[in-house]
Write a protein that binds this ligand. Sequence first.
Ligand code: JFB
Length: 206
Amino acid sequence: MMKRAQDSGAVALHIHDLRTWTEDKHHVVDDTPFGGGPGMVMKPEPIFAAVESLRDDKSRVLLMTPQGRKFDQQLALELCAVDHLIVICGHYEGIDHRVVEHLVDTEVSIGDYVLTNGAIAAVVLVDAVVRLLPGVLGHEQSAADDSFTGSLLEAPQYTRPAAFRSWKVPDVLLSGNHAEIAAWRKKEAIRRTRQNRPDLLGDQEL
Ligand code: JFB
């Protein structure tokens, strides 16, 4: 998807090594934390130099961090309308907080689990945003139909064969009755959402 999006001109992706913006012989980007504690913290100077050399007035600066705003489809839709995203991917235990306070527009977390570095999270964010760009998916209706754009999970899907190891595809899907199929899908979507993601149904808790 990313390759085709780039080839079609829908998006350009550039990956930068922060060490490019260091001035010391060993290209050091981290240091020990003030006040003590385990691990290393990313120094502010290379990050400020990198972002200030890359940004323009249409840029939005994101920082991948476990402390960020939870990434969801709503944020993906918001970000796909931005001309230029700069995604800072940290490593180590953390990042000098002056970066957060004076450089970053939005701190983003892809979920409540702990990764080893921000680049893994950035791949997830970029994938979710790029597939929303005009012309990337090809079949334009699907992005709008997806789970989470509405408030229900998608209904189960089946393809041939109609019987596999004695497990049969629901008769209604073979009936050709489009109104009945739509009603069945809605019922199954609600069932699945109640089972796997009751939080999406809100207070009614069906
Ligand atoms: C993102 C990261 C680390 C501090 C740092 C940079 N959902 C997510 N979980 N973990 C990350 C994330 C996002 N987005 C994440 C950037 C960095 C984790 N680390 C490692 C681990 C624990 N505490 C460094």
